[in-house]
Each structure stands twice: as C-alpha cells, then as structure tokens.
Design a protein around this ligand. Structure first.
Ligand code: TRP
Length: 292
C-alpha cells in the first residue's frame, strides 16, 4: 500500500479491555505504533471497547480495573509517540460505553442483519467446534460482530486497522452497511476497508513460536516492574544451536534480535549481529542491551 494514499482518511480502531488491560511490546509494535504514525496525517479514532469485554469479563471490579489499566497504558504510549500530552489532541480517544449511540445503532442493525451471516462468524463457529456447547455461548459473543459494525459505521470510518483475525468482522460490517443502504435506498453508511500491515501483523512471542499474547505467557511487558521485564527478556528464545558464547550464532529466528530491530540503535544492533555470528558476544550481553 502506498503511504500517500493514507492522508486525510478516517481511521477507527478499538482495543478490548479483557486480559488485565496491560499492553506488551507485541501490542505496541502491532497496533499502537502504527496508530501513532497514522494519526500524524489522518483523522484517528481509538476506543476502549468495554462493551465487547462483557462477553468474557463479568466481574464489575475486574472490568473497572482492566479499563483503567488499558486507558493509562494507551495514553502513556500515545503521548510518548506523539511528543507529549499535547500530541494526544491528534487522536479522538474514548470509551465505547460512554457513547450510547453504539448500542442504539446495534439495536437497529439487528433488524437488517441475517442470522446466517452471523452464524458464519469465526469467533462463534470456533467456539462451537471446540468444547463449548450452544447453551454456554452468550448472545453478546454471538452478536459481537453487529456491535463492532456499529462501532465502525457510526463514525463513517474509511479504514480499520486490525489484525488478520479481525478481517472477517470488517467483511460483516460492510455487509451490514450494504444491506442497510439497500433497504433504506440511501447511501447512509460508508463501506469501510480493513487496514492490515503485513510486516507488523504478527509479532512473535518470547518463545519464538506463537503470536505474543498474555494468555500464552510469552510477552515482554512495558509497564511492569523492572525485575518482571528483566525475567521476560532473559527468558527470550535465541539460538538453540549455540552452547557457548564463542560458538557462531544465528540471527534468523532469534527473538532477541527480532525485537532489537525495532527498539535498538541501528548501528549498534548491526555491530552486535556481526559479533554474534562470529561468536564474539554472549547471549546475556545482547539480552542486557535489549532490556536497557
Ligand atoms: N474486536 C476487536 C478486537 O478484538 C476490538 C474492537 C471492538 C474493534 N470494536 C472495534 C476493532 C471496532 C476495530 C474497530 O481486536
């Protein structure tokens, strides 16, 4: 995609405060960083999708904590990337449940959405194919795509930055918009496009195998205490064929270098890579630098 194509467009995305609301470097590299860039030359809307979290988090206190943590984490990262608190003015940042129109629009969309369309949604289908019985699936999960369509269509969004796993939700959103426009014979809603950047779409975890995710325990945190982060960095997958620091090491698939490509000083990282391949620097030294 050409960068020029994305100037003056309206982007909208949401993060669900499930888990505990804290963000890790996978969230930063895969979503937040991209949002910061987009906000420099586009209109950007970012919401805390707390109503979506209700499908799994039903403890009032826990949800309140998750929301607060997520808001603080996001604001800190966004302000950091946009040159301070003033930079935040570039983003419309809000909580979904504070805008009643999201659920109002969902009620209306319920009537233009065919049952079959929602039955084909992956999130629901995957659950059914697993251990979960129909009795155990709540309507919030089933209707999830309709609420998400409301989130997006309410703001006449052009583009939705999401991970690959959310692509189908954007297709359903387009479907709902088309049906509404057809039934009411007016172009009321704009059809949005997914915005998926291939190279940042999946950030692998410290195990070097699976997508970085809190539930898999393979994250590097951002706002945890230093000793927690240090442990995560020190436990990161490097090169299993390398036994001694004097053995020639491999860069490919080495997660420490994969992260350093994003966070380290370019020149310093290049020279570290050369030393690593030549067996002149230890894993611990490279990890110490990543930690720093
Ligand atoms: N479903 C999205 C996710 O799990 C979160 C979300 C809710 C969202 N509403 C949205 C993303 C609207 C983009 C646009 O990641």
């Amino acid at each position: 995609m050409n960068k020029k194509d994305f100037i003056g467009k309206r982007f909208l995305s949401g993060i669900t405060p499930s888990g505990d609301g804290s963000l890790h470097i996978g969230n930063y590299l895969g979503a937040v960083r991209q949002f910061i860039e987009l906000s420099k030359s586009n209109e950007t809307y970012l919401m805390v999708a707390d109503l979506h979290a209700l499908t799994t988090v039903q403890d009032r206190k826990q949800l309140a904590n998750n929301i607060e943590t997520l808001i603080l984490n996001e604001l800190a990262l966004l302000a950091g990337g946009l040159g301070g608190v003033d930079g935040l003015k570039k983003i419309v940042f809000f909580r979904q449940s504070d805008v009643a129109e999201h659920t109002e629009l969902q009620s209306i969309f319920n009537n233009v959405t065919p049952l079959g369309l929602i039955k084909r949604a992956h999130a629901y289908k995957d659950k059914l194919q697993g251990e979960t019985k129909e009795e155990e699936i709540n309507m919030g999960l089933f209707n999830y795509p309709i609420l998400m369509a409301s989130d997006i269509l309410l703001y006449q969004t052009d583009l939705v930055p999401v991970g690959k796993d959310q692509k189908q939700h954007i297709e359903i959103t387009r479907d709902i918009a088309e049906r509404f426009n057809k039934i009411y014979q007016k172009q009321v809603f704009k059809l949005p496009e997914p915005y998926i950047q291939e190279e940042v779409a999946v950030v692998l975890g410290t195990d070097g195998k699976r997508k970085m995710s809190k539930s898999l325990g393979n994250t590097i945190a951002i706002f945890e205490p230093e000793d927690v982060i240090k442990k995560q960095v020190m436990g990161t997958y490097t090169d299993p064929t390398r036994v001694h620091a004097t053995d020639p090491g491999h860069i490919e698939g080495n997660m420490v270098f994969a992260y350093l490509d994003h966070f380290g000083d370019k020149q310093h990282v290049t020279s570290m890579k050369e030393k690593y391949v030549a067996g002149k620097i230890s894993d611990v030294e490279v990890k110490e630098y990543l930690f720093k």
